[in-house]
Design a protein around this ligand. Structure first.
Ligand code: GAR
Length: 192
């Protein structure tokens, strides 16, 4: 069983989809910890529903980003965490975490990268008028939604309807992340 930590800053629907896949037996992993940089985020409520502990640390209460990330690494080591799964963690990861978890940090992003990195990728895609957008799972490096791509899926834009398009993207995210993680943990995907 692969021990993982899920990092999230907001709602946590991806966290929940991963945990539900684990419960259904579709993903051989164990979410030992949820990490959030936004104490009080809704992901904490979802984690409590599954009895999963949360580490909620505000970066502002540390002297530096390195100190903030080191506090997280110390906790992850204590809990034998093998992989870090970013799921709506809206913060760049820097060398403290990257060095401690080399090629063991993955992210999901709601666009077909390298198009529309950063915040509000769905809004960016709609503003651009694309007809097809999608979802990307990738290894994390120091950049903003950069790093080698592991898996992608396309989603058609539903003309003029942000809500429906968003819903389709989130549904695609939940399916793609679980499938990609299963491949990764089974050793079927290597970091380039
Ligand atoms: C997801 O759409 C995820 O792809 C995105 O944040 C959302 C979090 O939703 N991440 C990024 O944009 C990363 N650049 P969730 O909290 O419901 O899982």
């Amino acid at each position: 069983m692969t021990n993982i930590a899920v990092f999230a800053s907001g709602s946590g629907s991806n966290f929940q989809a991963i945990q539900e896949a684990i419960v259904r037996g579709e993903l051989q992993a164990n979410i030992k910890l949820v990490v959030t940089d936004k104490p009080g985020a809704y992901v904490e409520t979802r984690a409590a529903q599954f009895d999963i502990p949360v580490l909620a640390l505000s970066p502002k209460s540390f002297d530096s980003k390195a100190a903030y990330e080191q506090a997280i690494v110390d906790e992850l080591r204590k809990q034998d965490i093998e992989w870090i799964v970013l799921a709506g963690y809206m913060r760049l990861v820097s060398e403290t975490l990257l060095g401690a978890y080399q090629s063991k940090i993955v992210n999901i992003h709601p666009s077909l990268l390298p198009s529309f990195p950063g915040k509000d990728a769905i809004g960016q895609a709609l503003a651009h008028g694309v007809k097809v957008t999608g979802v990307t799972v990738h290894f994390v490096d120091e950049g903003m939604d950069t790093g080698p791509i592991i898996a992608q899926t396309a989603v058609n834009v539903i003309d003029g309807d942000r809500e429906q398009t968003e819903e389709a993207i989130h549904k695609a995210e939940h399916a793609l992340y679980t499938a990609a993680l299963q491949q990764l943990f089974a050793g079927k995907v290597q970091a380039k």
